[in-house]
Write a protein that binds this ligand. Structure first.
Ligand code: F6R
Length: 606
């Protein structure tokens, strides 16, 4: 989704801003622009398309040491140059970039119009810059311009504003992340920690309601109650190591990083001897674990499917009810919150607006929410205050892969810890932990022999639609496989619990329809195989994901074997061929694998 980068310091701003934009690209966007103050005027350049397209139109010499930049993911108004940020006031005195949505912008636009000021773009963001210009004309300081304008807004914003005649940048945050990076006599602003790591590890996450005045070597933050002392966070080094290296795409790189990422997630968090998990960051005490009446998990997309797997493992091991909610459906249904229950917010980015809203709703009603999050210091991580970082490292491909397996692993460890305080025996806990520690090696073993992925791609690439089936823990894996193929290859995909297939989706099947069946060697395999036979009997072509050495391999038109593992850990392996199938099918169709159309990495609007 939209990204912001800003710079004020002693170096030339333009290359820093363009590199910042490049590092924001993974979030997904459709147009991009930059504004640089060259000392006498502010030069603005914008284009529809990629950062490379912007680079191509930039004049050779744009000098200046202060500027702002933006990648736009269209919400209000089409993908056009005029709608691209930065937006500028009619007199050219103020330039602004905005992430978020101004809900009452139509009303504000009419009020501007009544004063003879017409916006040139269709965006909600432009009204802000025109309103600030009125304030500036009235004699307000830059900070007052922003403060006075914000009073009229409803919605969410992360703002970075450049005033031509004042040597500062002003930033404001409400519901849309913004981070200040502190350098030596230079200051950076970004909506995402990732681009900052190239310049500094010392950052300050703005909180909702914060306003920041940023000067070359310093900054100050005010909130409603007055000035606040900035809380400096030192970013982890690992967040800097996000370059593509020799890999053809980020998605490829991240799929193959899963064994190491999983090691990072497990390290120091399991007690093999006691057969349990040790999630220190959750701050769980024994009484809370024993007394919890139920667990509710929240997430969107891939995170929700990982949560569904976690839900099943919590019930299996903890023997307490657990349920997963799609975050966007949670708050609006006025949920009943039990303060003794555990709520887990699962998110790679930690910035997903729907999940943030759900977390706020739970907290408002007195519930305790724990984050299961990848990005350190992200909004969800900070809102929850407690939880578990999944430690996948930077995930830059829009389609999530290594975050999924690490979410599943972190939730498995949580379920084991919960289970061991309740019903899970030491022997069963030990067996599970031992297999979990084996999982990275088994992933590597699979990557050494990935099976006939290319034969599967032949069945998938020209399909009108694809059905994915699985049962139990494999039902969310089937959903994840369908989501991956759909978002990357743009093929309509449907995922169903295998037993439900005969209650409707079977009507779709005809001669040659591809059906992907996920059937690891668990207690549900036989039933899954019945569904497979029902599909076959109607002419479907079966792509079967099964365990190595299992004779059911003979039942698939294309059969892909993964190493055998503990039946509760099969998702960590069965998802791998589904990721590769989606990746290879998308490549065959010439799709942009890392940045599929219309999608964003971090969905920061509800
Ligand atoms: C799928 C995908 C999305 C995200 C979803 C939640 O490949 O990437 O479905 O999983 O937008 O994002 P996070 O985990 O950042 O909350």
């Amino acid at each position: 989704m939209c990204g912001i980068f800003g710079y004020i310091g002693h170096q030339q701003a333009l290359p820093i801003l363009v590199e910042g934009l490049r590092r924001l690209e993974y979030r997904g966007y459709d147009s991009t622009g930059v504004a640089v103050d060259d000392g006498s005027q502010v030069q603005t350049h914008k284009t529809v398309g990629k950062v490379a397209d912007l680079k191509a139109i930039l004049p050779k010499s744009v000098s200046g040491t202060r500027g702002i930049a933006h990648t736009r993911w269209a919400t209000h108004g089409g993908v056009t140059q005029v709608n691209t940020h930065p937006h500028v006031s009619a007199d050219g005195a103020i330039h602004l970039v905005h992430n978020g949505i101004i809900e009452n912008y139509q009303h504000l636009r009419r009020r501007l119009s009544a004063r003879g000021i017409e916006c040139v773009s269709e965006t909600d963001s432009e009204v802000l810059v025109q309103m600030m210009a009125l304030e500036l004309d009235g004699g307000a300081t830059p900070l007052e311009c922003v403060q006075n304008t914000l009073q009229h807004l409803r919605g969410t914003w992360g703002l970075c504003i450049l005033f031509r005649d004042h040597d500062v940048l002003i930033c404001a945050r409400n519901g849309s992340p913004l981070i200040i990076g502190q350098g030596e006599n230079e200051t950076f602003v970004s909506s995402d920690p990732h681009p900052l790591t190239a310049h500094t590890q010392r950052v300050v996450y703005l909180e909702d309601g914060d306003l920041a005045v940023i000067e070359r070597g310093s900054f100050s933050i005010t909130t409603k109650g007055g000035k606040v002392e900035p809380n400096i966070t030192v970013l982890e080094e690992a967040w800097g190591e996000a370059d593509l290296g020799d890999a053809p795409h980020y998605m490829y790189k991240e799929i193959y990083e899963q064994p190491d990422a999983l090691r990072q997630c497990i390290a120091g968090r399991v007690d093999r001897e006691m057969g349990t998990g040790r999630l220190g960051g959750m701050g769980l005490d024994h009484a809370a674990l024993v007394q919890a009446p139920h667990v509710r998990l929240l997430g969107c997309g891939t995170a929700a499917y990982a949560a569904e797997i976690g839900q099943m493992l919590i019930e299996k091991m903890g023997r307490i009810p657990a349920v997963t909610h799609i975050s966007s459906e949670f708050r609006n249904n006025d949920p009943v919150i039990n303060p003794k229950a555990f709520y887990l917010a699962v998110s790679q980015s930690g910035e997903t607006a729907d999940t943030i809203s759900a977390v706020k709703e739970i907290k408002l009603k007195g519930g305790q929410v724990f984050g299961v999050v990848n990005v350190v210091g992200s909004t969800i991580a900070r809102l929850c205050g407690r939880g578990v970082y999944i430690h996948s490292g930077p995930e830059q491909s829009v389609a999530s892969t290594k975050a999924f397996t690490n979410m599943v692993a972190a939730l498995t460890i949580f379920a084991t810890q919960l289970g061991r305080t309740r019903h899970l025996s030491k022997a069963d806990g030990r067996e599970l932990i031992q297999h979990l520690q084996q999982a990275p090696h088994l992933m590597e073993a699979y990557f050494e022999d990935i099976g006939p992925i290319h034969e599967a791609v032949e069945l998938l690439h020209d399909a009108g639609s694809v059905l994915f089936l699985g049962r139990g823990l494999s039902a969310p894996v089937a959903k994840e496989g369908a989501l991956k193929l759909m978002e990357l290859a743009y093929i309509p995909c449907l995922a169903y619990p295998a037993g439900e297939m005969k209650h409707g989706p079977i009507a779709l099947l005809e001669e040659g329809s591809p059906v992907v069946v996920v059937a690891p060697n668990d207690h549900l395999k036989e039933k899954t195989m019945s569904a497979l036979h029902e599909c076959k009997a109607r002419g479907a072509k079966i792509i079967l994901i099964h365990e190595k050495g299992d004779p059911i391999g003979a039942e698939g038109d294309v059969s892909i074997a993964v190493p055998a593992i503990h039946p509760w850990l099969t998702p960590l392996l069965t998802v791998l061929p589904l990721q590769l199938m989606a990746y290879e099918t998308a490549l065959k169709l010439g799709r942009d694998v890392d940045r599929p159309r219309n999608l964003a990495k971090s969905v920061t609007v509800e």
